[in-house]
Ligand binder design. Structure first.
Ligand SMILES: [Zn+2]
Length: 291
């Protein structure tokens, strides 16, 4: 059985690099049935940005990649922008924690402005390093995360959170932290979720699941919102380090071909969850390409 008619096929978190596979990776995605990508920014210049101008250039590159992918491949890519939380580690060492924090918050405000100007759809990745850092850096990280949540509230958009794996308690704390900043838990997405969280334990936080075969099967029957992602890195130095960009459409096709799995469930991650978290639906043209 083919994919349900009119179904967009959406990877909720990937990165592309102007120096990597870039457009060719998106061609593989498209050939496998993919239609829409959430394109998270990254440092493209090989160094952590140490000025607001450098962050501006970084966001511009992400935005241009998204435009290029739409023009050349017909896949819609939605930019997700923020200074990477781990930038704070190196920036604190080079600029001092106070200056690093100030720069980080300005870059978050800049990303928020891009959202309000409709050149990005969410703030991400924001959050915390997934490895231990000094107390001084940890304090700066927490301050920056609070600012990120407030910036998302001010721009009325979701946050895509990078942090270590969370237990039910961790998700509860994350939801509380969002609420404190005035952000509904449904606007807080835990990206790179590697194991199923029972729907009753997510505290309203939205898991974006890594599209591994077993995990997709496990979560398929869960009510939304939840997403599927590859966290594709497009790093020529680390081929195969993460899932390939063609993975989400391949999983979707495998589900559609297995009558026991229920292709109709695919509307949950690809359409209904986007609508609940972002407030709009990914659309297809009558010919089936991304609008
Ligand atoms: Zn990422």
């Amino acid at each position: 059985m083919p994919l349900p008619r009119g179904l967009p096929v959406v990877d909720h978190h990937c990165h592309l690099s102007p120096n990597g596979d870039g457009v060719r990776a998106v061609e593989r995605f498209r050939a496998a049935g993919g239609t829409h990508l959430f394109l998270a920014t990254q440092n493209y210049e090989g160094t952590v940005p140490l000025s607001l101008e450098a962050y501006g250039r970084q966001f511009e590159t992400t935005w241009r990649l998204a435009e290029k992918v739409h023009e050349e491949v017909g896949v819609r890519a939605f930019p997700v922008l923020a200074p990477y939380p781990i930038d704070l580690v190196e920036a604190s060492a080079k600029l001092g924690p106070a200056t690093a924090l100030e720069l980080h918050c300005s870059a978050l405000d800049l990303a928020g402005r891009w959202v309000r100007e409709k050149r990005a759809v969410a703030l991400g990745e924001v959050g915390r390093p997934h490895f231990p850092v000094s107390d001084k850096v940890a304090a700066v990280v927490e301050e920056a995360f609070r600012h990120a949540l407030q910036a998302a509230r001010d721009s009325d958009c979701p946050v895509v959170v990078h942090c270590s794996d969370l237990t039910a308690d961790g998700l509860l704390a994350l939801a509380a932290q969002g609420r404190e900043a005035g952000l509904r838990p449904e606007r807080v997405v835990k990206h790179y979720s590697r194991s199923r969280v029972a729907p009753g334990s997510v505290a309203g936080v939205v898991p974006s699941y890594l599209a591994r075969r077993e995990l997709v099967r496990e979560v398929l029957k869960d009510p939304g919102p939840w997403f599927l992602e590859t966290d594709y890195l497009d790093d020529p130095k680390r081929p195969g380090a993460v899932l390939d960009l063609a993975t989400v459409p391949r999983r979707a096709t495998a589900i559609a071909e297995d009558p026991a799995q229920g292709a109709d469930r695919l509307w949950v991650p690809f359409v209904e969850s986007v609508e609940r978290v972002y407030g709009w639906r990914p659309e297809l043209s009558p010919e089936g390409s991304a609008e």
